[in-house]
Design a binder for this molecule. Structure first.
Ligand SMILES: Cc1cc2nc3c(=O)[nH]c(=O)nc-3n(C[C@H](O)[C@H](O)[C@H](O)COP(=O)(O)O)c2cc1C
Length: 470
């Protein structure tokens, strides 16, 4: 396996410069004055509507004394490049898993740019920090790229996960732990001990660190070790000033303090991955006791809502894990894809035809393993599962409603799914759109000679455009 590209430095700033030099056509550098921070997300949406997903660097957003970078993960091809996968081989999932499994312990370095400027106690004023408003329906400007880092108790593994955050007061952030993942469990354990949970939040990670933070690994695995695997070298960390939490040395901003186990504060609504503005939140309070930043920071944003960036960042690790699990157990499975249109709740899986009932078994596996999934569609191996239209065609032509679906009810789902129950439960649907035994349809087609002549005729007249896939 080739090394991940752009991994020579773990510094986001170096990545942004190196990527723009290597792929200038894939970066939009916006020097114009942007009067309203919401325009950044609006531009992401406008570009996406035109099938474009460039990484964006804003030089002059009103109120921001530094650059803002967003949309880094909007394009799957860019992620393939960053991971050093082979664009021609569809091996993104396998490469991600192979690197992520190669756990490497972080290494402490004496100092790092994130500690350039440290403020503590009364010296902290979070209201001074310029943040982006993403949607007009949001309660406030939000931090969307914030990664919480918590050290494990008594030598246990630490944990990393993303949590949206808004400024609640000069020294407090309101955060949502709605995924109720490992940090939520650590908060519960802290409550039992009668203590708040010490935590740090970092902004401004290298894309490989960002991907590691979004991976779903067992409670005993520390995502900082996964980051090491993705870099192919130990994550370089420094100790945070107050509690010694190990955070990436090159981050742009660091907030450090305690998550209260009891207090509840107003938080949300915020534009979430479902495409809806959501106020479902744990309404948690993070008291910031120390804050630090680089001398020359940039603000790394993750485009919110159901942007391709938000969805990709969550699903590349998830798809990779599911693809590996399924292929291990069911060798007939040849691919797994979570389409943008399905906002984490839909999955397409393709498989080589084997025996009756196989597709159902595969779908049961997926619906059981992935806590967010609501609908799975199984198709044959010849269908391009990255193309919604092909999957819908398979559904139209191969699927018999009375025979080819099943529903499982009363399962935990995403609490942010606006159609789930107030407790977040959901039912799950499996649609078998494989051709199945006895299918007698004959696909239409052309002779290779006709296709070649047609290609020559077209080439003489207009360039064939290939849709960008995300
Ligand atoms: C961009 C992005 C934003 C996220 N925002 C939140 C959030 O605000 N609150 C939350 O609980 N989970 C959020 N998540 C999901 C958690 O990061 C995810 O549940 C976590 O990585 C799971 O890891 P764990 O098993 O270590 O808890 C977000 C994920 C991504 C990729």
């Amino acid at each position: 396996m080739t090394a991940a590209r752009f991994a020579g430095s773990q510094d986001l700033h170096d990545f942004v410069t190196a990527y723009a030099e290597a792929h200038p056509d894939d970066v939009l550098d916006i020097a114009e004055h942007v009067p309203d921070s919401q325009d950044a997300a609006a531009l992401v949406w406008k570009l996406a509507a035109a099938g474009r997903h460039e990484m964006l660097r804003f030089r002059d957003i009103a109120g921001f004394p530094f650059d803002v970078v967003t949309n880094v993960f909007a394009c799957r091809r860019r992620i393939v490049r960053i991971l050093g996968a082979d664009p021609g081989r569809d091996d993104l999932h396998a490469v991600f898993q192979a690197r992520a499994r190669n756990l490497i312990e972080p290494v402490e370095v004496g100092e790092g740019p994130v500690l350039d400027r440290v403020s503590e106690g009364d010296g902290i004023d979070l209201t001074d920090l310029p943040l982006l408003t993403h949607f007009e329906t949001d309660r406030a400007p939000y931090i969307t790229s914030g990664i919480m880092v918590v050290e494990g108790e008594d030598g246990a593994a630490g944990n990393l996960s993303y949590h949206r955050a808004m400024v609640h007061s000069p020294t407090e952030l309101a955060v949502s732990l709605h995924s109720r993942g490992d940090i939520w469990r650590m908060l519960g354990a802290a409550a039992e001990r009668g203590r708040p949970l010490r935590a740090a939040m970092v902004l401004g990670g290298h894309p490989l660190f960002m991907l590691a933070a979004s991976s779903r690994v067992p409670m005993g695995v520390d995502e900082r070790h996964v980051a090491g695997g993705l870099f192919g070298a130990p994550l370089e960390v420094v100790r945070s000033p107050a509690y010694g939490v190990r955070v990436p040395a090159c981050s742009d901003f660091l907030f450090e303090g305690e998550i209260d186990t009891e207090a509840r504060v107003e938080e949300g609504p915020f534009g979430e991955f479902t495409g809806y503005s959501s106020d479902r939140s744990t309404n948690s309070l993070f008291r910031v006791e120390a804050m630090s930043s680089r001398r020359d920071p940039m603000l790394l944003d993750v485009a919110g809502g159901n942007s391709a960036e938000h969805l990709n960042l969550g699903r590349i690790p998830r798809e990779s894990e599911m693809a590996e699990k399924l292929k291990e157990r069911f060798p007939e499975v040849t691919g797994v894809h979570y389409p943008n249109s399905g906002v984490h709740l839909h999955c397409y899986v393709k498989l080589r035809r084997s025996r009756a009932g196989q597709a159902r078994q595969v779908m049961l596996g997926l619906l059981g393993w992935d806590p967010y999934l609501k609908t799975v569609v199984a198709v044959d191996d010849d269908i391009d599962i990255t193309d919604d239209a092909e999957v819908l065609w398979a559904l139209a032509a191969h699927f018999q409603p009375a025979e080819d679906l099943f529903v499982v009810d009363g399962l935990p789902g995403s609490p942010l799914d606006p159609s789930s129950s107030p407790e977040g439960t959901t039912s799950r649907l499996a649609l078998d759109a494989t051709r199945g035994p006895g299918f007698s349809g004959v696909r239409i087609g052309f002779s290779q000679e006709s296709l070649d002549r047609a290609a020559r005729l077209v080439a003489d007249r207009l360039p064939l455009r290939r849709e960008r896939k995300v």
